[in-house]
Design a protein around this ligand. Structure first.
Ligand SMILES: NC(=O)c1ccc[n+]([C@@H]2O[C@H](COP(=O)([O-])OP(=O)(O)OC[C@H]3O[C@@H](n4cnc5c(N)ncnc54)[C@H](O)[C@@H]3O)[C@@H](O)[C@H]2O)c1
Length: 217
């Protein structure tokens, strides 16, 4: 499927970030149900799987024009396909990884990206000892080759897993080369132009929020 066939939402029908996050979780659970051979599900069961209320599931799904049938529920394969299209899965996305340390190594070995349509086209590092090694099927290139390789492979996404001091410069370089979205693991706030989507994954901050919740319950 071409990227043009993605389902686009105009600003009047924009999905909130939490709603997109929940859709991604419904998608994961629907895929699991499909693999187990189930053909239908309902909002109550989906709600229990992702720990939200059935009303939230129905609202999220109706916001993407998916309504279940009373007494029958949702068709698992059809709903998974529809959510997949809304989220941009089912099309192939090319991603690159920059920084192949402890975290980068684990990401390169993770098999779950491919299943959702994300291909890791190349990985980059500055450490000469890592260049030309292959991790999880992706070869590690020198950062000096970033420009020619990106011009050739034209990835849409970049995963940044370099030390925080290097992240801003690395982000500027990939944005200048046409990257449209960045998944940033470095604990720093990237300032890039507003037409580049950035998602920051700050695991330490998540742990801090978890500790706060436990402390205040
Ligand atoms: N390891 C974790 O569990 C974890 C958890 C949360 C956040 N992070 C963050 O993710 C980032 C990576 O963490 P890590 O533990 O893998 O660090 P690491 O030190 O093991 O790896 C960093 C890698 O980046 C490379 N590098 C440095 N500068 C570079 C540049 N300009 N371009 C390309 N490569 C460069 C290094 O050679 C090294 O291979 C850090 O910002 C860290 O704070 C890591």
């Amino acid at each position: 499927m071409s990227k043009d066939m993605n389902i686009h939402y105009d600003s009047s029908n924009e999905l909130s970030t939490p709603a997109v996050g929940r859709l991604s979780l419904y998608y994961r659970e629907l895929q699991r149900l499909q693999a187990a051979g189930l053909t239908s599900t309902n909002s109550r069961d989906l709600a229990a799987m992702v720990n939200v209320s059935a009303a939230v599931v129905r609202r999220d799904l109706s916001s993407i024009q998916s309504t279940g049938r009373r007494g029958v529920g949702y068709d698992v394969a059809g709903l998974a396909d529809h959510i997949g299209k809304v989220l941009g899965s089912g099309v192939q996305w090319k991603a690159i990884l920059i920084g192949v340390g402890s975290l980068g190594n684990a990401l390169l070995r993770y098999k779950g990206f491919e299943r959702l349509g994300f291909t890791l086209a190349a990985a980059f590092d500055t450490d000469p000892a890592k260049i030309n090694r292959n991790v999880g099927g992706t070869s590690i290139c020198s950062l000096t080759e970033l420009e020619p390789i990106l011009r050739q492979t034209k990835p849409e996404l970049a995963i940044i897993a370099v030390p925080s001091e290097q992240a801003t410069e690395v982000a500027a370089r990939v944005v200048a080369l046409g990257i449209q979205g960045i998944l940033n693991f470095a604990p720093t706030t990237l300032k890039v132009s507003s037409n580049v989507a950035v998602i920051n994954v700050d695991l330490a901050s998540e742990l801090q929020q978890l500790a706060f919740r436990i402390q205040n319950r």
